[in-house]
Design a binder for this molecule. Structure first.
Ligand SMILES: [Zn+2]
Ligand SMILES: [Zn+2]
Length: 629
């Protein structure tokens, strides 16, 4: 069956629609009839219910009030306390974006103020929160998207055309296969190809930063993977082991959509740009350029949690909170109109943290789940969080008393912010002396993105931000912004340094390591996973001497400082959380496929899930394909 959904819909309406097009899976109708735009007597709502698609009505550009008039209307309607910061127009789509410090005041009770703005100006108003810390990357991403308004409109329309090309609301009973191109029995380079007879989708495409040579990258040279046949890419979250190679796919010519949450888009772009910079510093040729990162941004379609969207003729997805990092998501796939339901957890945390709510475990339907297993083995039962927080504070106190410095290598996204919240609280409660806490590397920019998207944080942090108590701008944290400032910290007195990268693979943390390591009064605290082969892993395992290349010269570093590993602050689910997730998922899946863990951990978790919960498990190797039906 093949129909034209745009024509079908227009047939059901009076002759007031001048054009209709897609914005991804959404359908947008433009009318030149003012009365119909202001009041269509529920006709659009009826269509939404009938077709189960998002359908939006906008005014044709001929009807729109001028931008000056509209600004006056908006300023007249919204109250003073809304703290308006900017008004942006998207004339191609008849949309006006209102940016304010208090979006609730712009929206008004039951959306009354927005309704008035819409009726008077005929533009469709959208409200955005202005971030508490200015985020350069978020601003430039918005600028890239606005500068390419027309191209963006065309792109979204072409995505919709493809999704609805052979629009078929019936059940589709074809085969479904998933192939592991990376992340099978390992952490790093996560990449899964999902295929049906109609559709090919890539889930994540990461880089193993601790890997060597070709082992850094997923197996993209297999015959099954053809970049020009790819319908969509889904990115679970911004960490490089999931996002790192996506700009490269654009370099290789991919021009289809990439689905993710808005914070993931901003952070992924930032980390990709940083990755280029790191490559230059290491004097190696970067894999891609900023042009490719821009293409990625232009082709990103942002989804909110719990929003159901068609992404192919036989695949519908919903992103859910995975509790791992800002904007991190699990993807639920409804394949073939309910024929099979698949969950890909990406990285997850099944426990509330200082920053985020725990992962969702209720789904409309579920037959197969692909879950991570970073901390999957019997030995990976995590200590209680409170205990780990206290352990970190104790380690810091002891070192400060000896007159030493503490280095905490951090992932810019997630762990750093979690550590900041732990330290901020400890200092407020006088559990820590008033010592300087320095923040170096990507962390500061990513803090800015956190405050731009408070809706993705848990209610505690969100409320603090709303009440102008933003913990990320607390004056206990000092930013290290230049090599001169870094030198001062290195030569100065006792302090705590949070610096990227998390595994001591490039970045500011390596610089501090080089200067701190030989002094036995200093200390390094590992709070995140250390990949096999990384310098962090070697130090964690007790290496005594490290050969380093500094400005082209070989240098031998003695490792004399204390090494502390605090596993309980990880952003990943521990062994017990993974078992609990497997057991408590509603509905319970028939099969669990385990990836994103070292081989022994994957196998251990698989046999435990099978023994304890009687669920069939698989532990695929890279290049292995599993048929789901
Ligand atoms: Zn991650
Ligand atoms: Zn990961």
């Amino acid at each position: 069956m093949s129909t034209d959904i745009l024509k079908d819909i227009q047939k059901e309406l009076p002759k007031v629609i001048v054009s209709a097009n897609f914005e991804g899976a959404n359908i947008v109708l433009y009318t030149d009839d003012i009365d119909f735009f202001r009041d269509n007597e529920g006709k659009i709502k009826e269509l939404v219910n009938k077709y189960k698609k998002r359908i939006e009505l906008r005014a044709d550009s001929k009807l729109l009030k001028s931008q000056e008039e509209t600004e006056q209307i908006i300023k007249g309607e919204i109250p003073e306390d809304a703290k308006l910061t900017e008004i942006l127009f998207d004339p191609q789509r008849s949309i006006v974006v209102i940016e304010s410090k208090r979006p609730g005041s712009v929206i008004g009770k039951s959306g009354l103020i927005l309704k008035k703005i819409r009726e008077k100006s005929l533009w469709v108003p959208q409200v955005q929160r202005s971030p508490a810390i200015k985020s350069k990357i978020t601003e430039s991403i918005r600028a890239v998207l606005y500068a390419n308004n027309n191209a963006r409109k065309k792109f979204l329309n072409s995505v919709g055309k493809k999704i609805y090309k052979e629009w078929n609301p019936e059940k589709i009973e074809g085969w479904i296969r998933i192939s592991f191109l990376g992340g099978g029995r390992q952490v790093g380079r996560s990449c899964i190809l999902l295929q049906t007879p109609q559709t090919k989708i890539l889930l994540d495409c990461g880089i193993n930063v601790a890997g060597r040579g070709k082992e850094k990258f997923p197996y993209l040279d297999v015959s099954e993977f053809k970049i020009n046949e790819l319908d969509a890419i889904i990115l679970s979250h911004a960490h490089l082991d999931h996002s790192g190679l996506i700009p490269y796919l654009f370099k290789m010519g991919y021009r289809g959509p990439v689905y993710m949450t808005a914070p993931t888009r901003d952070i992924a772009a930032l980390l990709a740009l940083d990755f280029i910079g790191v490559a230059y510093k290491q004097a190696s040729a970067p894999l891609f350029s900023s042009v490719d990162v821009k293409e990625m941004v232009k082709h990103t379609i942002c989804l909110n949690f719990n929003e159901v969207t068609d992404i192919a003729q036989d695949v519908r997805i919903t992103l859910y909170n995975s509790g791992h990092a800002l904007g991190s998501s699990m993807t639920h796939f409804n394949i073939g109109n309910g024929a099979h339901n698949l969950l890909y957890t990406g990285d997850m945390k099944f426990q509330r943290t200082k920053l985020l709510d725990r992962a969702i475990s209720n789904f409309p339907r579920l037959e197969t789940a692909i879950i991570e297993s970073t901390y999957g083995s019997r030995r990976d039962v995590l200590p209680p969080r409170k205990e780990s927080e206290e352990e970190l504070i104790k380690a810091i106190k002891e070192t400060i008393e000896k007159g030493g410095k503490i280095l905490v290598p951090e992932l810019g996204l997630g762990r750093a912010q979690e550590t900041m919240l732990v330290l901020e609280e400890a200092m407020k409660q006088n559990k820590l002396p008033k010592i300087p806490i320095y923040i170096d590397g990507m962390i500061w920019d990513i803090n800015g993105i956190h405050t731009a998207y408070p809706d993705f944080l848990n209610s505690n942090v969100r409320n603090e931000i709303f009440q102008d108590n933003n913990p990320f701008v607390s004056d206990i944290f000092q930013r290290v912004g230049s090599p001169a400032e870094r030198k001062k910290v290195i030569e100065g007195g006792p302090c705590v340094v949070l610096a990227t990268s998390g595994m001591l693979v490039g970045g500011a943390s390596v610089e501090y390591f080089r200067h701190f390591a030989s002094n036995p009064n200093n200390r390094i605290c590992f709070v995140c996973y250390q990949g096999i082969g990384s310098l962090g892993r070697q130090v964690q395992e007790g290496v005594k001497n490290v050969q380093m290349n500094v400005d082209g010269k070989e240098e031998m570093i003695e490792v004399n400082f204390d090494t502390t590993t605090i596993t309980g602050l990880t952003a990943h689910a521990g062994r017990n959380e993974l078992l609990e997730f497997a057991n408590r998922s509603q509905p319970r899946p028939n099969r669990i496929i385990i990836n994103h863990g070292e081989q022994g951990k994957c196998l251990d978790l698989a046999s435990s899930i099978y023994k304890l919960h009687h669920i069939e498990t698989n532990v695929p190797r890279n290049l292995e394909t599993i048929r789901l039906r």
